[in-house]
Design a protein around this ligand. Structure first.
Ligand code: ATP
Ligand code: MG
Length: 579
């Protein structure tokens, strides 16, 4: 491709609304342009990268035996009513009516569509297992689209769904997808870690997210160096030291203490000269319309995902003032010893000790109770692991202290179980001729998010350095020549490299060398050839590695030897991805 006939709309300045490196660089390098909130146009350079990522995913999915489909983006509400998700999905699901007043949505995911499509085609156990996928547009009306294409409203997802007669077969495909994902991410130069993930209300059993460790990640990962346990914080259990946190103890009502102006747990702890861990934090929440009080240690945060699992809730929110008043609760002073309205569900985090002395609220403004011991009085409360773990907590697998990192989720694999097969009544005849409900898995990868995440991992002060496998062009040839005969000679070399199959962009634009070099560095082609003064005077071609900055000076003799040198470099760059 000749740059003079291409579109390379690079810009010098960072866009105003961009806060992360990938968003800034994608805009500056002319890969995308913003169309609206969470909506992006892909320009030729950006689209080329996206297509290369899609090709890697397609090749690996195909070689795993999965079959590619393409389904409509617009999906009728009937399908979603059948699974019960029409009412559950909330505002992320973009709903719209057609001219006949039929309700539809833009598919945020396609379990329902694939289930209804596959059902009549699956008749016998001989049709199983089968793994079906597409690489197609999804729409989610995200409340806060941000970080450019990392969280956009319209995006491309590879979504796959597998159908099985039994759990063993599901497990086999799940493991195959796990390996396939590793290959996919490795081929695109992304370092990912699979972490144990929360299955939420999807009803499944096993679930892993493929995470890229990054300070801009919205997920928190708990990692254990010692044994290799990796978990999303939403899922990671808090290990309780049973000796210290014994479940039996003798109740003691403690003593009333005045805590004027102490607004937070920290204030109370400071005033009474105790640790926040020795205080009980109370949270008043409304869960699917039902009032709940949750007691957790003062130095911990509530883990929403664990709480939702414990309560089988869809939605949970803090209690409003009217509700607090209705239930005779005083915000900031709710205590573990008070008697609650009969409608309230009372919860206690499993790590609160029945035998330990705590500070708790007194249901009276500016007063707390000190030296309170729950003892057997706490046995009425519902108990569950409800809190966030943190750096230093014991690994649930080996007990060694865990590390904590931020991560970006690029892929997700999931054992769905029978939930959808039951809703859609998908059955096949087993080998004895008996109808059996199927079990399913689903497997997603965010294509655009992968592209941005690679940039998060592969950038420096000059711009992007693409892994060769997904670079917009593998080679950029920068020429600095004015005389027509020189340009003709360089064009001959370009044509020869192109005919040998190299993915090459010739920057033949009528611009200065500084400008062209800056563009090449910003866009991040892995190999840069420079045919400038050195070439015109001595036949010297500079071959530069964008990532390492290494430069080789090649004495040009003929196209064949030049192409061999470039092939060698290209192969090495592909080899690097395998390490
Ligand atoms: P998140 O927690 O980030 O919202 P999710 O868990 O809802 O993602 P899945 O339903 O598991 O996402 O979708 C599969 C993949 O699609 C994700 O791993 C991610 O790479 C990608 N993805 C999800 N939402 C978006 C989005 N708004 N923009 C870009 N990619 C997305
Ligand atoms: Mg997910």
């Amino acid at each position: 491709m000749k740059a003079s006939q291409y579109l390379i709309p690079t810009t010098k300045d960072d866009p105003q609304d961009a806060v992360v490196a990938s968003h800034k660089l994608m805009m500056r390098a002319g890969l995308v342009r913003k169309s609206g909130a969470g909506l992006y146009h892909y320009l030729p350079l950006g689209l080329k990268i996206l297509k290369k990522i899609e090709s890697i995913i397609r090749e690996e999915m195909d070689s795993s035996g999965a079959l590619e489909f393409q389904l409509p983006i617009l999906t009728p509400s009937d399908l979603w009513k059948e699974s019960g998700r029409w009412d559950k999905m909330g505002k992320e699901m973009f709903r719209l009516k057609d001219r006949h007043d039929n309700e539809n949505c833009l598919g945020p995911t396609h379990e329902e569509s694939f289930c209804s499509l596959m059902k009549p085609m699956l008749r016998s156990y001989k049709d199983l297992p089968i793994n079906v996928y597409q690489i197609h547009t999804k729409f989610r009306d995200e409340i806060r689209p941000r970080f450019g294409v990392i969280r956009s409203r319209e995006f491309t997802m590879k979504d796959a769904y597998s159908f099985h007669l039994d759990d063993a077969s599901l497990e086999e495909t799940y493991q195959l997808m796990r390996q396939t994902y590793r290959k996919i991410f490795q081929r695109m130069g992304l370092t990912t870690i699979p972490v144990q993930a929360d299955s939420g209300n999807m009803g499944g059993s096993a679930s892993e997210e493929f995470m890229v460790v990054s300070p801009i990640g919205e997920e928190t990962l708990m990692l254990c160096d010692a044994c290799g346990y990796n978990g999303n914080i939403e899922k990671t259990p808090l290990v309780i030291n049973s000796e210290k946190d014994a479940e039996n103890g003798t109740y003691s009502q403690g003593v009333e203490v005045s805590t004027p102006n102490a607004k937070s747990i920290e204030d109370v702890a400071k005033l009474l000269n105790v640790d926040t861990h020795d205080c009980i934090k109370a949270l008043a929440l409304v869960v699917d319309g039902i009032p709940n009080i949750v007691f957790i240690p003062g130095d911990r945060e509530l883990n929403e995902a664990k709480f939702k699992n414990a309560t089988s809730a869809n939605e949970s929110r803090p209690m409003g003032n009217a509700e607090l008043e209705k239930y005779n609760l005083i915000a900031g002073f709710i205590g573990a010893d008070q008697t609650f309205h009969k409608d309230i569900r009372v919860w206690k985090d499993a790590s609160l000790s029945h035998s330990k002395k705590y500070v708790t609220g007194y249901n009276k403004v500016d007063f707390h109770i000190q030296d309170y011991v729950g003892g057997d009085k706490w046995s009425d409360m519902e108990t569950a692991d409800l809190v966030m773990t943190r750096r230093g907590d014991a690994c649930p697998n080996c007990g060694k202290p865990m590390d904590e990192e931020k991560g970006i989720e690029v892929g997700h694999i999931f054992q769905l179980g029978k939930k959808y097969a039951e809703s859609f009544d998908i059955k096949v005849l087993d080998d004895k001729g008996k109808p059996q409900v199927l079990t399913m898995g689903c497997y997603g990868i965010g294509v655009n998010r992968c592209m941005a995440t690679v940039i998060e991992q592969c950038n420096d002060d000059k711009g992007i350095y693409w892994p060769i496998s997904i670079a917009p062009f593998e080679i950029c040839m920068v020429s600095i020549a004015k005389a027509p005969e020189d340009i003709a000679r360089i064009e001959g070399i370009y044509n020869s490299l192109k005919s040998k199959g190299f993915d090459i962009l010739w920057d033949n634009r009528d611009m200065g060398p500084g400008f062209k070099f800056k563009d090449a560095e910003l866009i991040g082609y892995p190999i840069r050839l420079t045919l400038g003064k050195g070439f015109l005077e001595k036949g010297e071609i500079s071959i530069m590695n964008r990532k390492s900055g290494e430069e080789i000076l090649h004495d040009f003799k003929d196209e064949e030897s030049l192409s061999q040198v470039i092939s060698g470099i290209r192969e090495r760059l592909y080899e690097e991805l395998k390490q």
